[in-house]
Design a protein around this ligand. Structure first.
Ligand code: C2E
Ligand code: CA
Ligand code: CA
Length: 460
């Protein structure tokens, strides 16, 4: 304060105790940036760290690891969420203990952790990643139970795989996705190929829906022959995508995306109808009764409407049920729920034929073949391919045929390309054959003409 002559006379000070404010602020900060189960930093905290790190120094290499606990949902479902939570707390502690002080660890999502390693290049990052996997592998006691888990890790390094936080995060995510898709329990390092894969997938996702409505999908048919008599028995319907710019796309390149997006359900119904119509049309053209097979993805069985829609299609297309065959995957039977079994029993009761596709590539247990109403097994083409050079494949093939016959199942061999393969299969009394030796998959419009050259009629 100034006096009359503008001289300084007093000071006035005001003070306020803001301890509480500060503490509250800190608490809010902590809540906002802490995962309250494990006390680790959470995703926003980690991102803030990463942003700061890039702003400070963008040259020294850093490694970003995304760690996912495999099959965590199953653990939660079977042991309960409380035990699941305790397990996560122990896992978090383990991860923290196995990292040196320079690494920062955060919990990203229920079963996902992230690690940022400063001053760590690709090679050292990989070492830490495999150490983490080993650490996770050790069984642990939770609630008096010994629990074993495994983890998957995606790794991306800056500046090699990304020069900004967003790119680095995305690329580590792609690597983790790959690790899981490849069967989990492994470390995957980001590569440019993963980027290409991801953008291809996006392309399929964006275009496949339109393909169905714009008539870009098509069906090819591959004949199946009785190996004893050489007669034509029927054909397998195989999906094709005729993309306006990219040309003909094979199903291997889009079926998995169709499954992930659920589009396989309408596509499956569409192809079932086309196939039934084709069999009907061939018979109207004097080809007799030809059985048509369609491939069903496990995902289609999650559709509660599956059985009813097949019944409707058969009825509307007026095709006898015994002329429709369903090719199923081993995965479907392995993971079959009570619902799946019911669906299969119902389909079977209509009179449909059920075939197990790609036999030999998966679990290949004969015991579950007996548990389900399966009529036919199809030996995978990878076994046929190296006949007569591969002794193992030949032994497996002949054993599978004999075993299947003991179980009163018919056997189809697919991928027959040479006369030797055919002779071998006939010698071992394989029932039905399919492959390039006879015909490649044929466009619907050419089918009638092509099929006319085969002898026809019921199996002798
Ligand atoms: P798949 O069911 O094992 O079908 C047989 C595949 O082997 C077909 O490939 C066929 O073109 C090919 N093939 C046939 N004979 C030979 C041969 O002698 N040598 C060789 N190397 N290959 C032969 P395509 O048409 O590319 O189908 C690939 C897979 O896509 C199918 O394998 C099937 O799993 C899936 N798929 C095809 N259509 C559908 C569909 O409508 N729905 C579902 N869910 N999956 C389908
Ligand atoms: Ca098939
Ligand atoms: Ca097959």
């Amino acid at each position: 304060m100034y006096g009359d002559n503008r001289e300084l006379t007093h000071y006035i000070g005001i003070y306020e105790d803001i301890t509480q404010n500060k503490l509250a602020q800190q608490r809010i900060e902590r809540l906002a940036y802490t995962d309250n189960l494990t006390n680790l930093g959470n995703r926003p905290a980690f991102i803030r760290n990463l942003d700061e790190r890039f702003a400070r120094d963008s040259d020294t290499p850093i490694s970003l690891l995304l760690v996912d606990i495999d099959n965590f949902k199953r653990i939660n479902d079977s042991l309960g969420h409380q035990t699941g939570d305790k397990l996560l707390i122990s896992l978090a502690r383990r991860l923290r203990n196995s990292l040196s002080t320079s690494g920062s660890l955060a919990r990203f999502a229920s079963n996902e952790f992230a690690v940022l390693l400063d001053d760590t290049d690709l090679e050292s990052g990989q070492q830490v990643a495999s150490q983490l996997l080993t650490t996770l592998d050790k069984p642990m006691f939770v609630d008096n139970q010994l629990i074993s888990v495994t983890g998957s890790v995606g790794l991306a390094c800056a500046p090699l795989h990304g020069r900004d936080p967003q790119t680095l995060m995305r690329n580590a995510g792609l690597a983790l996705h790959k690790a899981k898709a490849n069967g989990k329990h492994q470390v995957q390092v980001f590569t440019e190929a993963l980027n290409a894969e991801a953008s291809y997938k996006l392309f399929v996702e964006n275009n496949l829906r339109r393909a169905l409505t714009q008539n870009e999908l098509d069906v090819f048919y591959q004949p199946k022959l009785c190996l004893r008599s050489g007669r034509l028995l029927g054909m397998e319907a195989l999906l094709r995508w005729n993309h306006p710019e990219k040309g003909m796309i094979r199903p291997d390149q889009f079926i998995s995306v169709a499954e992930e997006t659920g589009l396989i359900i309408p596509i499956g119904k569409w192809i079932a109808r086309q196939a039934c119509r084709m069999s009907k049309q061939l018979s109207a053209n004097g080809m007799g009764n030809l059985q048509v097979a369609i491939n069903l993805s496990p995902k289609q069985f999650s559709d509660p409407d599956l059985v009813a829609s097949i019944a409707t299609i058969l009825k509307e297309e007026q095709l006898p049920a015994n002329l429709l065959e369903l090719e199923l995957t081993e995965g479907l039977l392995l993971e079959a729920t009570e619902d799946t079994r019911l669906q299969l029993d119902q389909l079977k009761s209509f009179g449909l034929t059920l075939a197990m596709d790609d036999f030999g590539t998966g679990y290949s247990s004969l015991s579950y073949l007996k548990k389900f109403p399966i009529d036919i097994i199809k030996i995978d083409r990878s076994f046929i391919h190296e006949i007569p050079d591969n002794q193992d494949d030949m032994e497996i093939t002949s054993a599978v045929i004999a075993m299947a016959h003991n179980l009163k199942l018919k056997v189809v061999a697919e991928g027959i390309e040479t006369a030797e393969q055919l002779a071998f299969l006939r010698r071992h009394r394989c029932d039905v054959g399919q492959g390039y030796l006879f015909d490649r998959p044929i466009p619907g419009a050419e089918l009638l003409e092509k099929l006319k050259r085969y002898p026809r009629g019921p199996i002798a």
